[in-house]
Design a protein around this ligand. Structure first.
Ligand code: ADP
Ligand code: ASP
Ligand code: MG
Length: 443
């Protein structure tokens, strides 16, 4: 069994959906995970924002506009009037559900239900298309097996058990379609795996089904060595280890959801990043193999807050760091980077929700300084095998950029640097010129 995930652009129009049907129709067993059509989740977010503000007229206009877009998709996707009618009824049902939220109190629960509609729509429309084409498949509701616990972490035991129960209901089927992104939470409510979460769904489903391979089909030919939205002349990397890919995903390479490598790594299932627009391209294979050493790629993560705690007593007082970490633990706020000196410790967080509470409590241990609008630049590769001075190349490339923090040695795969977000684009471009030699390209 393979798991194939198709992202928003890959199912972004009637034509793209038809292309996906062609790609998956080879008779081999698979679970196909779909995102919402591109733009839909953003539009649902916007609808939710207007509903929070009780701007019902504006919300209705946005809902109608999105509904119209789906009517056009239906028109273009199906051949027969019968299927068109069935699909129009289905989308009306979903949009009436969204409209019903204009009539009542709008809270985070309703917001999550609204956000779930994108994946519910794309999968249902795709299943209808397969039916019309005579391709045998079953639509599995992700809400029946995908679950997060009270810490918003996937409940892998539940997912495995319930996915297997769902699959067992259809012993004669070898093509399953399901929704990415959406899940139930510990209270049984509709929830989601955060933006970009369909990758994570695919990886969790792959791990739960003991898949032989997880394919992430998107709009680019694999993981590039740098952010192609910012840097020209980036190139795809043929092979990455799980650890390298996990670092890149976590530190901002948008092609993968930050947590999506872990489940595949745990079950040692190779992940392939492939391009729906260019299905023959080699893409990237992520596996336990390390491949060749040296610097492989650079990524950047924005929205970082740096916190410095200055205390004369720090080095003498054992237990100081523990006390500091406990503050973050109490507010369930993960720390990304950390550096220490004799008199101070600096660390970074990407979730500022409890920043003021954290700052207040930390003041008990010393003087606290907070810098917002920071970015982590993460350079990934195999630095044990690398003996040609990666550090020198990195610092040379960034010689005119103020570095707020540097982290090296935490793992053999990562050198992280904290900079002002205003310096990010320049840093990524300069790193591209400084550290990727021509002969690395297409390696
Ligand atoms: P999907 O909708 O298929 O999930 P995403 O938009 O989430 O696609 O991810 C693919 C996009 O990620 C690419 O179009 C590209 O702009 C962006 N991206 C950012 N960093 C990288 C990188 N290092 N390699 C490849 N793509 C990247
Ligand atoms: N549709 C969701 C989003 O846009 C999930 C995904 O595409 O992976 O974030
Ligand atoms: Mg994505």
């Amino acid at each position: 069994m393979k798991v194939l995930k198709f992202g928003g652009t890959s199912v972004g129009s009637a034509d793209r959906m038809k292309a996906v049907a062609d790609l998956i129709n080879d008779g081999s067993p698979k679970i196909v995970v779909l995102s919402a059509m591109s733009g839909t989740t953003n539009q649902l977010v916007q609808i939710a924002e207007t509903l929070y503000q009780n701007a019902n007229q504006e919300a209705n206009a946005l809902i109608d506009a999105l509904h119209d877009k789906y009517k056009q998709v239906v028109e273009a996707l199906y051949l027969t009037d019968e299927k068109k009618k069935q699909a129009l009824e289905l989308i009306s049902h979903h949009f009436d559900h969204i409209r019903s939220f204009t009539l009542d109190l709008f809270t985070i629960y309703e917001e999550r239900a609204v956000l779930a509609q994108g994946e519910l729509l794309s999968t249902a429309l795709f299943q209808f298309f397969l039916e019309e084409q005579g391709i045998a498949s079953v639509l599995l509701p992700a809400l029946n097996f995908m679950k997060i616990d009270e810490n918003e972490e996937p409940d892998t035991a539940y997912i495995s058990k319930n996915l297997k129960l769902e699959l067992e209901k259809y012993p004669d089927t070898n093509l399953f379609i399901t929704q990415g992104y959406i899940c139930r939470n510990a209270f049984g409510e509709v929830d989601n795996l955060k933006r970009g979460g369909s990758d994570y769904s695919a990886s969790l489903i792959g791990a739960a089904a003991d898949a032989s391979e997880i394919q992430i089909w998107t709009d680019i030919d694999g993981m590039h060595n740098n952010d192609p939205r910012i840097v020209k002349d980036t190139f795809p990397i043929a092979e990455l280890s799980f650890d390298e890919a996990a670092e890149l995903a976590y530190f901002g390479a948008k092609i993968l959801h930050p947590s999506s490598v872990q489940p595949a790594k745990q079950k040692n299932i190779p992940v392939r990043l492939l391009n729906t627009m260019q299905p023959q391209a080699q893409g990237t294979t992520i596996s336990a193999q390390t491949g060749k050493g040296g610097i492989k790629a650079v990524a950047a993560k924005d929205g970082i807050t740096a916190i410095k705690i200055k205390s004369g007593r720090m080095l003498l007082a054992y237990g100081f760091l523990r006390s500091v970490f406990e503050v973050f633990e109490r507010y369930k706020t993960p720390i990304d980077m950390i550096t220490t000196s004799e008199v101070a410790v600096s660390l970074t967080i990407d979730n500022p929700k409890f920043l003021s509470e954290i700052t207040r409590e930390l003041q008990e241990y010393g003087q606290v300084e907070v810098d917002q609008n920071q970015s982590i630049i993460c350079v990934v590769g195999d630095f044990i095998a690398e003996r040609s001075g990666s550090g020198l190349k990195i610092f040379e490339a960034l010689k005119d950029i103020p570095l707020r923090m540097i982290s090296y040695g935490g793992s053999k795969n990562n050198i992280s640097l904290l900079i002002n977000t205003t310096d990010k684009e320049r840093s990524l471009i300069q790193l591209n010129e400084g550290i990727f030699e021509r002969n690395n390209k297409n390696a």
